[in-house]
Design a protein around this ligand. Structure first.
Ligand code: SF4
Ligand code: ZN
Length: 727
């Protein structure tokens, strides 16, 4: 096929798209009149492509018809302003097609035929997602956007293409189908998760769903480039230069796809096809090739990324599964699990300490006990991970920081899921990873490689011992626990008022992109693993890292714990989703939670107080929800008055929900937690003038439901009943 032939086919496609859009508009007008509403949800840009290129504000069928008229004039080369000269003028066909297809997509919404959300398709991407992803695109956490149109021959290739994209931190937008089969379905078949956390965005099953990627990209120059609607020349230039997008086209290229492809080229998006297409090896609109063929599915994503100079994001980790930051947000569900450690299922902990260099050999990784090929599928094994590091610049105060990074280091491996920390960690290894040859030793390989990579300036040697026998785990745990306690104790006596700055922690944004912890002397990170001293030390190690000092000048309300400087910081760093943080309140703009919290504090309105549910508690609570269900409500970086994820030690802080009355508001706690913390809680209760508080706090044995709880509290005369109503 020659380029001219492709252009001819595309022109047909563009004409058909305009006709189809007109037919759709006729139908809508007949039904609802010329002023029938046409819109995408949650955007300030109407139909963004029409707004950007034509300056058209579209909200009715009549407006949309004008867009089609202009599209037709562009196609015929008769438009008075929009005329593209590149590629011999062929790109005008593409622009006309984009405009017409966008109207068709909007009609899909007007007629209730939008890509089915029930099936997991996202369809139109609202402005909010643009803001969330835009920042990540700018700061490099996302390297670019891969629009994947069509379906590879089988699920294996689908997974391979996706993994290659993820390893390059490309956001994969899935569109189109082949004979009713979609790549999205293939990925599901293979048990692969979709979602922004894993950089997989299913747009829609039709070819024109590509529009949702195009009208996402075209909002960037309007939002970030400050270009005006209608400045088509400037907008296209911005997209070509600044939006790192590429298109992988799988399967036969029909007239519609050819037209859309020229539209993609107009936006500067190179196209890599698995078909025999004419090769365009350089063009005025793309940085390198514009159109090329790659029939090897194991290479197609790499080839595509090369056209945008996007490189692999892989630390050199010699393990049998892909590794990269895009896998950090991936979960391993129960049915995908080959083996798990910790959580509710077995005893497990992780512990990092520094030792003199002579004591260890770098790279020494030892497994003591059974490996995972000796267990039944779905089994839970005990686990102790003991990491020893040595280095001239290593200090004891850095230990908790390195230890906390076990979390994101392990999550970088595809098929490995890590949650929690210290002695409440929880690790899963998927069947897929196991089948690929992943064994326990590889957890050590990951830690060795990543600690060197991330903390090379501190550490010269890293050795990892992993134990899977319960005897060993129980023998080693007391030492680790003693150190955890020592670390926590260092904070005692330091108050929020005594310091000039707090520290942010954004380590968990790979899971919850809008979540920030504000770590204070009297409120440690909700994972319980990062105190203010740790955050400060971490900032010292890496001044550009995830822990930044945040000033606390300009107090707005000392009782609630609200500062203007902090609000400003939160707004920017929550990707403009959270405007206020009140440090000492759970009802008024409380701090957000990612997913790592040791406990959930949840309102029980009937009891005028709060239940505290630790991660280990598997039963039902008087909130009517289990920990698991509550975690879904509380997590993800959103603000939920009445609910908050916290570290256990925060329960002992004088600032703990101070605005609502502090510790005296606790009306329910799991028995195990109450007993484990009895002494310390007792001390705090005494300070608050409620020495018998602990005996008045109900647990699963005294109250299982909200009604039983209210009854119990009345019986024992719990102080919360006398306090101001929460609601
Ligand atoms: Fe940092 Fe908070 Fe995540 Fe802990 S939970 S690692 S403090 S962001
Ligand atoms: Zn977290």
């Amino acid at each position: 096929m020659k380029v001219e032939d492709l252009v001819q086919v595309a022109e047909e496609g563009a004409r058909t798209a305009i006709e189809e859009a007109a037919i759709g508009l006729d139908a809508l007008t007949n039904e609802q009149g010329a002023l029938a509403l046409i819109a995408f949800p949650n955007t300030a840009f109407g139909l963004p492509i029409a707004a950007a290129l034509l300056g058209a504000g579209v909200s009715t069928a009549a407006d949309a018809r004008k867009v089609l008229d202009e599209a037709k004039r562009i196609l015929d080369g008769k438009h008075t302003s929009v005329r593209l000269k590149e590629l011999g003028g062929a790109l005008n066909i593409g622009v006309a097609a984009l405009l017409a297809e966008e109207v068709r997509c909007a009609l899909d919404y007007a007629s209730g035929n939008r890509p089915s959300a029930d099936d997991g398709w996202l369809g139109f991407l609202p402005d909010e997602i643009l803001r969330a992803l835009g920042v990540q695109l700018v700061d490099g956490r996302i390297a670019g956007v891969a629009v994947i149109l069509g379906t590879p021959p089988d699920a294996k290739q689908a997974v391979q293409i996706l993994r290659e994209c993820q390893q390059r931190r490309l956001l994969s937008c899935l569109c189109g189908q082949d004979g009713g089969k979609t790549m999205f379905a293939q990925l599901r078949e293979a048990g692969v998760d979709a979602g922004l956390e894993t950089l997989v965005v299913p747009l829609g099953p039709t070819s024109r769903s590509v529009i949702y990627a195009a009208n996402f990209a075209i909002r960037a120059p309007l939002t970030y480039g400050r270009l005006s609607p209608g400045d088509w020349d400037g907008i296209l230039k911005y997209c070509r230069e600044r939006v790192k997008a590429l298109c992988i086209a799988l399967g036969a290229i029909d007239a519609e796809i050819a037209a859309i492809a020229l539209g993609a080229l107009a936006l500067g998006i190179p196209i890599i096809s698995d078909q025999d297409v004419p090769q365009i090896e350089s063009s005025e609109v793309t940085p390198r090739e514009a159109l090329l063929t790659e029939k090897d599915y194991s290479r197609i994503a790499a080839r595509a990324a090369e056209t945008r100079d996007i490189k692999l994001d892989v630390a050199k980790v010699p393990i049998p599964v892909p590794y990269g930051s895009a896998f950090e947000g991936e979960r391993v569900r129960r049915e995908q699990t080959h083996v798990e450690f910790g959580g509710k299922y077995s005893k497990s902990f992780e512990y990092l300490k520094s030792v003199p260099a002579v004591e260890i050999e770098d790279g020494n990784i030892e497994l003591h006990g059974r490996d995972i090929d000796k267990v039944e599928e779905g089994a839970a094994l005990p686990l102790a991970i003991v990491v020893r590091v040595a280095g001239l610049r290593m200090q004891k105060v850095f230990e908790p920081i390195l230890e906390r990074h076990i979390h994101n280091f392990m999550n970088g491996a595809s098929g490995v899921f890590h949650m929690g920390q210290r002695d409440i960690n929880w690790i899963r290894i998927s069947k897929e990873a196991y089948a690929a040859g992943f064994r326990i030793e590889h957890l050590g390989v990951i830690l060795h490689a990543l600690i060197h990579k991330g903390f090379g300036q501190l550490v010269d040697r890293v050795a990892v011992d992993i134990y899977t026998n319960l005897d060993d785990v129980e023998r080693l745990l007391p030492e680790a626990r003693a150190v955890y306690e020592e670390r926590d104790a260092r904070m005692a006596g330091l108050t929020d008022e005594a310091v000039e700055v707090f520290y942010s922690c954004k380590l968990c944004q790979s899971f919850a992109p809008n979540h920030v912890c504000i770590v204070k002397p009297e409120r440690l990170g909700l994972c319980g693993a990062y105190s203010w001293l740790d955050a400060r030390a971490s900032h010292e190690i890496d001044p550009n890292g995830p822990n930044q000092p945040v000033g606390k000048a300009n107090p707005l309300n000392e009782h609630l714990g609200e500062w203007q400087d902090l609000n400003d910081y939160i707004y920017i760093n929550s990707n403009r989703t959270i405007e206020r943080f009140c440090a000492y309140s759970i009802m008024e703009c409380p701090e957000t939670s990612c997913g790592c919290f040791e406990c959930i504090v949840a309102i029980v309105p009937e009891a005028n107080g709060f239940a505290v549910i630790p991660r280990e508690f598997g039963g039902m609570t008087p909130t009517g929800m289990t920990f698991g269900t509550l975690a879904g409500v509380v997590g993800g970086g959103i603000q939920n008055p009445g609910f908050m994820g916290v570290a256990k030690n925060y329960l002992l802080s004088r600032k703990f929900i101070r605005a609502e009355g502090g510790i005296k508001r606790i009306v329910w706690m799991s028995k195990e937690l109450k007993e484990a913390m009895r002494e310390q809680l007792q001390k705090r209760a005494q300070e608050e003038g409620a020495p018998d508080l602990l005996d008045k706090i109900a647990d699963e044995e005294t109250a299982a439901t909200a009604e039983e709880l209210a009854e119990y509290l009345a019986e024992v005369g719990h102080p919360a009943l006398e306090m101001e109503p929460l609601l």
